[in-house]
Design a protein around this ligand. Structure first.
Ligand code: AMP
Length: 131
């Protein structure tokens, strides 16, 4: 069965899309730790990130870097934290999270509740900041 993220890529489930190319897709995390929290995934369904072929893995990080730069231009923060967990959704994904301290990367914290309008406003601003 297709993962929820594959269904997002196919457009079967809505997402707040930031960017895509032929191999990768970036969209806002629906339960964000911070405004701007974004996920980057490979379109090819792979559960564990280190099972992604080397070339794609490297290119995925380059793709994520472009998204991270746009998030950083949009959301005031010291830098963009990068992490991979993958315990919830079996489709590899990189978390990009605006941070000011190590505690901003604490996934046990309560998540933000953003309205659709807030998600859309942040999404539009990040997309406009892409090079
Ligand atoms: P993990 O697999 O532990 O890295 O966590 C999966 C992440 O995916 C969590 O941060 C969820 O909030 C996020 N997530 C799950 N379903 C969706 C969805 N439909 N749209 C956006 N983000 C999602």
């Amino acid at each position: 069965m297709a993962t929820i993220f594959s269904r997002i890529v196919k457009g079967e489930i809505p997402s707040y899309k930031i960017a895509e190319d032929d191999r990768f897709y970036a969209f806002m995390d629906i339960n964000p730790l911070a405004k701007g929290h974004t996920l980057v995934i490979p379109k090819a369904e792979t559960d564990y990130i280190f099972d992604i072929p080397d070339n794609d893995l490297g290119d995925m990080m380059v793709f994520a870097g472009k998204i991270a730069k746009a998030i950083r231009k949009t959301i005031p923060c010291q830098r963009i934290g990068v992490t991979v967990i993958g315990l919830e959704v079996p489709h590899a994904h990189i978390h990009l999270i605006p941070i000011n301290s190590i505690y901003d990367m604490d996934f046990s914290k309560p998540k933000l509740k953003l309205s659709p309008e807030e998600f859309e406003e942040i999404r539009t601003a990040i997309v406009a900041a892409l090079d």
